[in-house]
Each structure stands twice: as structure tokens, then as C-alpha cells.
Design a protein around this ligand. Structure first.
Ligand SMILES: Nc1nc2c(ncn2[C@@H]2O[C@H](COP(=O)(O)OP(=O)(O)OP(=O)(O)O)[C@@H](O)[C@H]2O)c(=O)[nH]1
Ligand SMILES: [Mg+2]
Length: 299
């Protein structure tokens, strides 16, 4: 390893919907983590790997930290954030330009408790009108904590991300790469297919319905150029099953097609997805089921 090579974990934390997953995807230059206009899209800590000459940065996308915990799934999501902070060398705290909410202060408390350097990323600057409103917002942020740096960015437009990456790299410890040089994520094909289906469910369905859904891959076969997967969409109540299936199966078909097309674009492979909808009443409050779905248990 060349002298001075740096490697470390950067936990990307913030309240729901500020653009954490969009940011990890833009930083790595690949879609690693799903993105939707709805809060509480991400449910797990997901590593995105950026390998550069002289450095490997392991970005950890996390669920939006939230104070209101309705069920065990919500608690598992917050635990994933805490776990990412414990294992991180640096915290990248993401807020939305122009809006500092109580929920941001709640996240800030948790970030400061981790006692690691914190960089504040002020995201969505492309939405700020008039542009001159940004400066007073940045000055107000400066007074909230002793951040290592405050960096205005637009994750959607990949704006100012080189500066962010340079600042983060300086804060990482010296060490050899932890992941293969061509790796982009710690997550399996299985996980990424399940997540892509969940993204399309969040986009297709209204109100609280998609929040009660989980996707499990029962079988996966990878052949040259082709991936075959068998997926179960678990609903948490009977009445939601029909909504997911839709009239004459229209909704589930639309979701499956949208997931397949995007997976084919990302991986350059052909995908055949079988999707079934089943019911597991109240799975989000069942510790055993949460473990089955890949959430870390509380013990
Ligand atoms: N205009 C604009 N929109 C953005 C930007 N970054 C993210 N978004 C949008 O904000 C919404 C939420 O983005 P996500 O990346 O899913 O946010 P998140 O913080 O990961 O959300 P959770 O996983 O739910 O906590 C999506 O509609 C994104 O397209 C940005 O820089 N500018
Ligand atoms: Mg997210």
C-alpha cells in the first residue's frame, strides 16, 4: 500500500427525506441505495464504496433518524443509525438548505454524542430562492455546533461533491483499503433486487400502504447474462394485499416491470422477476420476522 493511504467509514445521517441516499449514490457514482420522494425510504445501513487514488471512503447510508417510534421496525431503523455512528470515523450530517427543524436538532444531539468529527452537508441548495437566502442559513448553522466544515451541496445535481469528498478524506485514518478496489457496495444482488421492488412499491402506492410492506427474495439464480429471482412482498394486513395486487394484477405488474427495467439498466443483465404478495400480520412488530428480513435484533 502506498504511504499515506487513507481508509475509513463516513456515517451519513439526518432526518428522513433530506437526501442521504441520493447523496451516497452521487458520491459513489452508482445507484447503491433506493430513493423516493417519501420519508423513511431507507431501512438499513448500506455501505457505498468510493475508491480513489490514495483513499477508500466507505460511506454508510442510514435510515432517517426519527423520534417517533411506532413499532419495532422503527426502533430497528434507529438502531441502524446508532450502529453506523459507533463504527464511523467521521459523521456527515445532512440537512436541507433553508429549513432547520426540531427533527434536525434531534439528529444533531445524536451525532454530537458519537464524539467523532462532524461535517455538515447543507443539501438541496438548487431549491433555494432567492439564492441570497443561503448565506444567512449557513451562518445560522455555524452557530449550532463546532462542525469541521459546512458544505453547501446539491446531491441531485452532484454539485460541490468533490470538495466534500476532499474534506472527508482528510479526516480519515491512514490504512489499507478494506474492500476490493472494484467494489461499490457491501450489499448482495438479493438485497438490491428486494430494495428495487420496495422503491417501486413506495412510488406506486398511496398513504401508509407501502410502509407496511417488506420484500423478501426466496430464490435467486444467476446465469450468464441473466438473473432469475423469486420475490415475496409481505403485507402487514389482509386489506393491503389486494391494494398491492391491484385491479386484475395491474399494480403488481407495474411495480415488477419498473423494478426489472431499472435493474437491467444498472447491472447490464436481463432480469426475470416473479412476484407474489402474502400477508404476515403485524410483521413490523415481530422481532423474529424482523430478523428474518435482515434487521439486527435489539439484544
Ligand atoms: N431538488 C433536490 N432534491 C433532492 C436533492 N437530494 C435529494 N432530493 C430529493 O429528495 C427526496 C428524498 O431523497 P432521498 O435520497 O430518498 O432522502 P433520504 O434522506 O435518503 O430519505 P430517507 O431514506 O427516507 O431518510 C427525493 O425526492 C430526492 O430526489 C437535491 O439536492 N435537490
Ligand atoms: Mg434514504
Amino acid at each position: 500500500m502506498p504511504e499515506g493511504h487513507r481508509t475509513g467509514f463516513v456515517a451519513i445521517v439526518g432526518r428522513p427525506n433530506v437526501g442521504k441516499s441520493t447523496l451516497v449514490n452521487a458520491l459513489v457514482g452508482r445507484k447503491i441505495s433506493i430513493v423516493t420522494p417519501r420519508p423513511q425510504t431507507t431501512r438499513h445501513a448500506i455501505v457505498g464504496v468510493l475508491t480513489r487514488p490514495g483513499a477508500q471512503i466507505l460511506f454508510v447510508d442510514t435510515p432517517g433518524l426519527h423520534a417517533r417510534m411506532r413499532n419495532q421496525l422503527n426502533r430497528a431503523m434507529n438502531r441502524a443509525v446508532e450502529g453506523a455512528l459507533v463504527g464511523a470515523d467521521v459523521a456527515l450530517f445532512v440537512v436541507e438548505a433553508g429549513a432547520w427543524k426540531a427533527a434536525d436538532s434531534y439528529v444533531l444531539e445524536h451525532v454530537l454524542a458519537a464524539r467523532i468529527p462532524v461535517i455538515l452537508a447543507v443539501n438541496k441548495v438548487d431549491l433555494v430562492r432567492p439564492k441570497s437566502a443561503l448565506l444567512p442559513y449557513l451562518s445560522a448553522c455555524e452557530k449550532r455546533a463546532a462542525f469541521q466544515a459546512i458544505v453547501p451541496i446539491s446531491a441531485a445535481n452532484a454539485d460541490n461533491l468533490d470538495r466534500l469528498t476532499a474534506l472527508l478524506t482528510e479526516l480519515l485514518p491512514e490504512g489499507p483499503p478494506l474492500y476490493p478496489l472494484d467494489a461499490t457496495t457491501d450489499r448482495s444482488m438479493e438485497f438490491r433486487i428486494a430494495e428495487m421492488i420496495r422503491e417501486k412499491l413506495l412510488i406506486a402506492l398511496r398513504q401508509e400502504v407501502p410502509y407496511g410492506l417488506a420484500v423478501e427474495i426466496l430464490a435467486l439464480e444467476e446465469k450468464p447474462g441473466v438473473v432469475l429471482a423469486d420475490a415475496v412482498i409481505w403485507a402487514d394486513r389482509d386489506s393491503h394485499k389486494g391494494i398491492v395486487v391491484g385491479k386484475g394484477g395491474a399494480t403488481i405488474k407495474e411495480v415488477g416491470t419498473a423494478a426489472r427495467l431499472e435493474l437491467e439498466k444498472i447491472f447490464g443483465l436481463r432480469f426475470y422477476l416473479e412476484t407474489h404478495v402474502k400477508v404476515k400480520t403485524n410483521w413490523a412488530d415481530n422481532a423474529r420476522t424482523l430478523q428474518q428480513f435482515g434487521f439486527e435484533s435489539s439484544s
